[in-house]
Design a binder for this molecule. Sequence first.
Ligand SMILES: [Zn+2]
Ligand SMILES: [Zn+2]
Ligand SMILES: [Zn+2]
Length: 232
Amino acid sequence: MAQWPLPPDLHSRIEGGPLCPFHDHSLGSRDGRIPRFDDSHACVRCVSALTEGRLTLDVHKIHRKYRRRFLEFWSFVDIGEPDECWNWHGNKHSKSNSTYFAIPRHWGAARQYSAPRVAFWFTWGDVGRLPIKPICGNNQCCNPLHLRARGVPHYFHNMHMTKIDLEFSSNKLQHETQLFLEATRDKDFKRFEKIQKANKLWIDFRMSSDKPVMLDDVIRSALLDEGYNNIQ
Ligand SMILES: [Zn+2]
Ligand SMILES: [Zn+2]
Ligand SMILES: [Zn+2]
């Protein structure tokens, strides 16, 4: 898809627009609409969070309306360490091998967007049509630390802390997606089969590989409980 050309007067006007994925950005909204820039359609609060270098992987910050899509999306990402590329294992266009995830947005007719773009929306924030660039050069990568949006400055006050936070929250997210897949399989098998359709090998792998991870988590949290905070 062609990049959206940034206008010279980017983000100079604000209008009311639909809710963004982060539910606290609609707090205080009486009409179910939130402030958005009228050109990029980015959520104004998401842009300021991004400028301040805040990101999140916490499903509880996601609006109910988006939660299922959020978990389904991350179920297809090989969530790794903060320094690694997090490759996409969901839908890809067979010819170009480019990634896609179905998520309609209000500003256009497209029904699907590239996985890194969706990863950006779900972590740094809903920046609408702003072009996304992988700084690692890997167009399958969904690691938020490897993604930048054009048109908005990103300030990383403390990259070291961001990485520590990300390590913790990505483990949590990994769990949430596991629970999501299991719950969907048990309660809504038709939907589960639809999810499987995107990449059956990957989903089957995810469903069978949780046990060692869980054991590791149990050991880690037991160590933390005992105060061995320095143990990796
Ligand atoms: Zn927002
Ligand atoms: Zn990467
Ligand atoms: Zn686990």
